[in-house]
Design a protein around this ligand. Sequence first.
Ligand code: PHB
Length: 371
Amino acid sequence: MSTESAHIDSYLFEPVALGPLQLPNRIVMAPLTRSRAKEADVPSELAIEYYAQRATAGLIIAEATQISPQGKGYVFTPGIYDDAQVQAWKLITDAVHAKGGHIYLQLWHVGRISHPSLQPGNALPVAPSAIKPEGQAYTDEGFVPLVTPRALETSEMPGIVDQYRLAAHNAKAAGFDGVEIHAANGYLLDQFLRDRTNQRTDQYGGSIENRARLLLEVADAVTEVWGGEHVGVRISPLSSFGDIADSDPEPLFTYVVKQLNARKLVYLHVIEGDTGGTRDVEGGFDLQVLRQAFDGLFMANNGYDRELAQKTLKAKRADLIAFGRPFISNPDLVERLRVGAALNEPDQSTMYGGGAEGYTDYPTLDEDAMR
Ligand code: PHB
């Protein structure tokens, strides 16, 4: 190995404090929907092995997990709103901790990205405004068109915050090290932030301050449970994922990040560009302005490979790098990044749903060598 690459290597493997946690490296497993939960939104036993296999990550952020039955938008995604789910998650967090790992849970309410067949009493999904998203829902009957959601009443808003509070308590009971508030990718909190999906005229719509109100109330409720040193937030300011858009994202997200900063959250997780797509969105802005507005750790995500990760850390453009797809197919991604080994490619056909195949059976480097 050349001196240059050995030197670059040290950036990904420099330890870092995440609140009270000491992370051995800066490699984060991004939250990844794998759609393998059982009846009643209970995570499967297979998830114990899946997450334990990936415990060498500096931090695992477990998959997006609905905070309530209403927050569900896809079949087979797990929940964190009842005791059976808490007990199942506890087995997972114990297994990760037994291997010396750290694990957060991502708290998720999908808002309008759902379908009556996934909702309690076949109700309409809820949203800031009754505006139908383009796209399809993944239901028991396969892919079906999304529907026009029902606009939440102002009087329902405290109940939404309560859903997050309960989920935050449950995540604690389940043994997580912290939680990530999912405010990205066109789901409920993002729907409130953006002026295309939020056309409300009450105190939750209109001005930037009003559109940010729900996220900040949720951040307050969750940090009350956990303390800010155990709470991160994920945003995707330039993404159109989930048929989302805003007329002027820079002032919106600058305000949001300043307000989150005042709550002393431990990290800001930013999807750079279009989720799972280009990093260079036309008409975007330099997301480093958000890093400058935030005193906690800056976690960068979207299309990173080893080289870009090292360059980004070296230039101090991020403190942590979250890898998504590479963690699906490389349980030992950390070791592979350390030695510069080739990566397995994920199999799209086993990404969502099913069992062990394409979930817990991707080989490590040692297993590759034995083939
Ligand atoms: C998905 O289930 O496809 C999904 C979930 C959460 C995201 C993005 C995609 O943030």
